[in-house]
Design a protein around this ligand. Structure first.
Ligand code: FES
Length: 131
């Protein structure tokens, strides 16, 4: 049912954990099953230099989170925003159709973390202008 890559990323997930002084954090819940994922990004000069995740969810959610973190590391924010759940699933050599919704967690958490980063950047800019 699952590809070897899915099994590998599920059994040995990459980038699990937290980043204490993260530039952006995104937390999302899956409307279908209630599973939760949180992603932490460390961004320097608009490049994602580090990323960690925590997923309270099924094996497909863990595997897609792991693959998504591998795919965004070293990318610019703009490039990372273009990564879709389909692209993550393809990188894992596919997911069973009933498990495709699980891959949405990673895409949505990534977008939420980038939004958080952009909001913080905006707030910093405004604070600097007010000085
Ligand atoms: Fe919930 Fe997969 S069943 S994310």
């Amino acid at each position: 049912m699952y590809s070897e890559k899915v099994m590998d990323h599920f059994s040995n997930p990459r980038n699990v954990g937290e980043i204490e002084d993260a530039s952006g954090v995104g937390t999302v819940g899956n409307a279908k099953c209630g599973d939760i994922m949180r992603i932490f990004l460390k961004i320097e000069n608009d490049v994602i230099v580090d990323v960690k995740f925590k997923t309270f969810g099924c094996g497909a959610a863990i595997a897609t989170s792991s693959m998504a973190t591998e795919m965004v590391k070293g990318k610019t924010v703009e490039e990372a925003l273009k990564i879709t759940n389909q692209a993550v699933a393809e990188a894992l050599d596919g997911l069973p159709p009933v498990k495709m919704h699980c891959s949405l967690l990673a895409e949505e958490a990534l977008k939420a973390a980038i939004e958080d980063y952009q909001k913080k950047q905006q707030a910093q800019k405004e604070a600097a202008q007010a000085d």
